[in-house]
Design a protein around this ligand. Structure first.
Ligand SMILES: [Zn+2]
Length: 150
């Protein structure tokens, strides 16, 4: 853990204890380079996503990956590009200070695709506008064949 004051990489943990009723670990750290002391909290990176019917479910990066993969299917994307999109969205959900909804994730996918591939963006946008959200999107994809003839 880098020292926030002098950016030295070599900081030491001087105290470590459970916090927030065992949902976090609080660590006091000290920087030998400049003497600065600071605190870090370690938490499990579980993000709950609010679905449109109000239920909560854990964020599922693989679900996002499947949606992104589908939109980019014949666009020959590099795996690194897809990884970067999914990782960026996961990081945004983990670091978000507000509740995340399925619709928020849909918008994040849209933002990411806009920078990568316009055809994939339009594909996702057409579905997102109507169904709002990555998981609705996925469900609708699954039922597309069935609903073809109305
Ligand atoms: Zn320091």
């Amino acid at each position: 853990m880098q020292c926030p004051l002098c950016q030295s990489e070599d900081t030491r943990v001087v105290d470590s204890r459970s916090a927030d009723r065992d949902t976090a670990i609080r660590r006091r750290r000290s920087c030998p380079a400049c003497g600065h002391r600071f605190t870090t909290y370690e938490r499990a990176a579980v993000v709950l996503v609010r679905k449109r019917d109000g239920r909560l479910e854990p964020f599922d990066a693989e679900k996002v990956r499947r949606g992104v993969n589908f939109c980019l299917a014949d666009r020959a994307p590099e795996t690194a590009t897809i990884d970067a999109i999914v990782n960026a969205i996961e990081t945004r959900t983990i670091t978000s200070s507000t509740d995340i909804s399925a619709d928020d994730i849909g918008r994040m996918v849209l933002d990411a695709l806009k920078d990568v591939d316009h055809v994939a963006y339009l594909r996702f946008a057409s579905v997102h506008k109507e169904f709002q959200g990555a998981e609705d999107f996925e469900r609708e994809l699954a039922s597309l064949d069935a609903s073809d003839d109305g």
